[in-house]
Design a protein around this ligand. Structure first.
Ligand code: NAP
Length: 294
């Protein structure tokens, strides 16, 4: 099996590059090889490599900055996803794509795949456009909506909190936005199992494309996530943490350019049933990730 992975140095892409290896020949590209802000240029890339599976871990993920340049973000998150879907269809490849809890407005979470999206910000709108472009194409696809992604490397909430906890005695963190922190490693390892099953089903002519929610189980607020990070760092890491108090604040005390959903927890039952999985609790996955940092 030949797999084309886009997004080599992103949180999820980096983990995928490791996890995908046993599945076959992996061709891994980054922005220098394939620029998603020029969606049409992706056609030649796919045509030349002719993969059996395309995994798209590329996205413009700077949620606040996206408000200022929605046209560019739409190309990367929306149009490019549609181009990949068309090219996947032309060569009969499976397209695996990631989307976000931010397609929902957060007023009625937890959300199932059947609930109607209503994004509050440019990032969410463009990610929804990407989903829709893929769904309206003729390709075989798996779209995985995930949330609150962190990893032991790159830029994310976990590493930011650890850095700030070394520098400051007090932090103020939003306590009224609810979601499920999900490690890039869990996303990558789950993706492998889904691809394996999907390829067997395609060989047997019984595959159906689908949209799935892929997150850890359980939920918390950003404040709860931060407290757990510090507790685990104190237990497992040999760091000199200055932090004494993490204050819980409302969203109204931390205004950001992009509005965020208040409760964007995703229901993962469809994924669990379809692929025979049990999604681990976010605290257990966080513990594994903190040990990795050690
Ligand atoms: N991060 C989250 O909290 C979160 C939450 C929900 C869903 N998701 C979804 O999960 C997936 C993976 O996210 P992630 O956290 O791994 O993202 P990430 O760490 O921000 O990585 C994004 C990747 O996209 C690449 N990229 C950005 N602009 C590009 C362009 N114009 N051309 C080619 N590559 C480009 C980046 O490359 P460079 O580093 O070279 O720019 C990087 O490899 C995405 O679909 C995202 O929407 C993420």
């Amino acid at each position: 099996m030949k797999i084309l992975l886009f997004g080599r140095i992103g949180q999820v892409g980096w983990e995928l590059n490791r996890s995908l290896q046993p599945l076959g020949e992996i061709v891994v590209l980054d922005q220098e090889d394939a620029d998603f802000s020029d969606p049409e240029s992706l056609r030649d890339v796919v045509r030349e490599i002719k993969p059996d599976v395309i995994v798209n871990a590329v996205a413009y993920t700077a949620v606040d900055k996206a408000e200022q340049e929605e046209e560019l973000v739409e190309k990367i998150n929306g149009v490019a996803s549609g181009v990949l879907a068309e090219e996947a269809s032309n060569i009969n490849a499976l397209l695996v794509h990631y989307s976000t809890d931010y397609v929902f407005d957060g007023t009625q979470g937890p959300y199932a795949e059947t609930d109607s999206p209503n994004p509050l910000n440019a990032y969410g709108r463009t990610k929804l456009a990407g989903e829709q472009a893929i769904q309206s194409s003729a390709c075989d696809y798996l779209i995985m909506r995930t949330s609150w992604v962190y990893a032991s490397r790159a830029h994310n909430f976990l590493l930011t909190i650890l850095k700030l906890a070394k520098e400051r005695e007090e932090l103020s963190i939003v306590a009224d936005q609810i979601g499920s922190p999900t490690s890039a490693r869990l996303i990558a390892e789950t993706t492998i199992l889904c691809i394996q099953q999907a390829m067997i089903e395609r060989d047997n002519g019984v595959f159906s494309s689908g949209l799935y929610h892929l997150t850890s189980s359980g939920s918390t607020s950003w404040h709860g996530f931060a407290e757990q990070i510090v507790e685990m760092a104190n237990q497992k890491l040999d760091l000199e943490l200055k932090i004494k108090q993490i204050k819980a604040i409302p969203t109204t005390d931390y205004p950001t350019p992009a509005q965020r959903p208040m409760n964007s927890q995703l229901v993962v039952t469809k994924l669990e049933k379809k692929f025979g999985l049990v999604m681990p609790h976010w605290k257990d996955m966080l513990a594994l990730c903190v040990e990795e940092i050690k």
